[in-house]
Design a protein around this ligand. Structure first.
Ligand SMILES: [Zn+2]
Length: 293
């Protein structure tokens, strides 16, 4: 049994990311689970960012089990899952551009947010012809429109499932596929992450069910927002450990601010762990402004 934190190495972690990492650690450790770190580096990465993020997580006092896994080193695993779906007739090639999809999706009977099904039933000849002009993405041949999940914070949540992409047309496995395959392969049965990902979770859970994986426990935690109610970002001033250190706010003080925002004892992670109660967590976003003052 394990929980995990899975950052993308695209830059420094900000206090909202660190708060989610602390929550994932608290959920895992308070339930006797291992805590794993996974680097989600299938997309564009920034040089040096992985090592930087690992330092930042260490600096606020987090620890994890084993060495961090990197998605870029696990491609065979994703291909294996994709092949098994294809062998069962559960995938199809899609040649649509973004524009094709936007146009088809605006048709009167289209389901909002769903792939319009353009390439679902192409004949072999049609596919052959389209392959000559454009590389294909691979989509899941979904048999449902909705899927329900259970979330420790949001309760029962039902969301859209469509024929989503599982392999991009550049050959890379899609995020929704890689996450599901990794969590299962790594023994992760508790998924704690930002609630901006809640709406993609029914897709992932459905995919996991097709692959025969037991459903993990989910907790989608509130994000950090800036004073204008937007998702916290680098432009919001001193929001990374590096920025904050430059105005004399040390990592243990940042951790204390984060633990304060969670209503937990703020002097150490072990004290916070002893007091941790998922049911008592704030349900509202954390509004961050002027951390250094
Ligand atoms: Zn298509």
């Amino acid at each position: 049994m394990a929980g995990r934190y899975a950052p993308s190495p695209t830059g420094n972690l900000h206090v909202g990311n660190l708060r989610t990492a602390i929550l994932a650690w608290l959920f895992a450790r308070s339930t006797g689970r291992d805590f794993l770190l996974r680097i989600e580096d299938l997309d564009r990465v920034r040089a040096g960012s992985e090592a930087q993020q690992i330092r930042e997580l260490t600096d606020i006092g987090l620890d994890w089990d084993g060495t961090p896994a990197r998605q870029s080193e696990r491609l065979a695993l994703y291909e294996h899952a994709i092949d098994s779906l294809t062998a069962r007739g559960l995938t199809f090639e899609c040649f649509c551009t973004r524009r094709d999809i936007a146009e088809a999706a605006s048709a009167p009977h289209a389901l909002p947010g769903h792939y319009p099904g353009t390439c679902r039933d192409l004949s072999d000849e049609e596919r052959e012809e389209r392959r000559r002009s454009r590389p294909s993405a691979l989509r899941l041949r979904s048999r449902v429109n909705q899927w329900a999940i259970s979330d420790l914070i949001h309760g029962e949540y039902e969301g859209a499932v469509d024929d989503f992409v599982i392999r991009r047309n550049d050959g890379a496995p899609a995020y929704n596929l890689a996450v599901v395959v990794d969590d299962h392969a790594q023994g992760v049965d508790q998924v704690v992450r930002g609630d901006d990902l809640l709406s993609s979770t029914p897709r992932q859970a459905y995919l996991g069910s097709l692959l025969g994986y037991p459903a993990p426990e989910y907790a989608h935690v509130p994000l950090a927002l800036n004073a204008d109610g937007q998702r916290l970002a680098k432009r919001d001033g001193a929001v990374t450990l590096e920025d904050l250190a430059s105005i004399a706010v040390e990592p243990h003080e940042v951790r204390a601010l984060i633990l304060d925002s969670l209503g937990l004892p703020n002097h150490s992670l072990s004290a916070a762990l002893a007091a941790f109660d998922p049911g008592a967590l704030p349900r509202e976003p954390w509004v961050v402004s002027n951390l250094g003052s």
